[in-house]
Design a protein around this ligand. Structure first.
Ligand code: FNR
Length: 217
């Protein structure tokens, strides 16, 4: 009998809390594409998960902060996540990296074996794409399966119409296709979980719970 396929749930998050954020506008379009393709979109932004700057002494004294626990809960309430993230100084915003650092301290480690699509928007001609390459590093390091295609919106200040949609039709189609392709992979991964172990770096180090970032069943 064929497996029953339920609607997949997506956390659609913005790595900027700014009013009028271009990345929030891009995330809104990604959420609309998710829903147009039969998924559910759970919208969030980085400022929904306030955390202090990571400090090992603070962690030892007070444990994981509530904002990081809330982020972990939202990740786990969904099947996958889409993150529309600004590029700051050719890299990941410190706030986003700091939140990743906090949740990487949890066991089970919440980014392990999670599916992600990352995208960016910037007024620049590169559309924040360098930031996405930087964002891939900690996510993949932690075992997240980051979808190969990434969407970067250049000249974001001039890219949206009054209705919030992209003015450039071929670009709008590319965004929809990118989200739809990701959703096919997420559905396959959830319904047919044939890959038991996520990618892990094998650097010749001995398995050691003190340093391992993932759990090996
Ligand atoms: C930026 N911005 C930026 N843009 C870019 O394309 N490459 C970059 O390296 C940077 N660096 C950078 C550093 C800092 C500290 C700030 C505040 C901004 C500009 C950035 O793309 C622009 O402010 C976007 O509007 C930010 O995204 P949101 O908030 O609109 O989603």
């Amino acid at each position: 009998m064929a497996a029953e396929i339920r609607p997949m749930k997506y956390l659609v998050m913005t790595g900027s809390g700014r009013q009028g954020s271009f990345n929030a506008r891009l995330a809104a379009l990604a959420a609309a594409a998710v829903e147009a393709n039969g998924g559910t979109a759970d919208r969030a932004r980085i400022t929904d998960f306030p955390v202090p700057v990571y400090d090992g002494d603070l962690e030892a004294a007070e444990g994981i902060p509530a904002g990081a626990v809330a982020f972990k809960d939202r990740l786990e309430a969904n099947d996958a996540f889409i993150l529309a993230c600004p590029e700051y100084n050719a890299s990941v915003p410190g706030s986003v990296k700091n939140l990743i650092d906090w949740i990487s301290r949890m066991r089970p480690q919440p980014l392990h074996q999670r599916q992600a699509l990352i995208m960016s928007a910037s007024p620049s001609m590169a559309g924040g794409n360098r930031g996405l390459w930087a964002l891939r590093v900690p996510l993949e390091h932690l075992g997240t399966r980051v979808y190969p295609d990434m969407f970067s919106l250049a000249s974001a200040h001039a890219a949206f119409g009054d209705d919030g949609k992209l003015l450039d039709d071929p670009l709008a189609k590319r965004l929809d296709d990118n989200v739809a392709g990701f959703m096919e992979l997420v559905e396959a991964a959830v319904v047919f979980p044939c890959v038991r172990h996520a990618w892990v770096e094998f650097l010749g180090e001995r398995p050691d719970p003190a340093t391992d970032r993932v759990q090996i069943e």
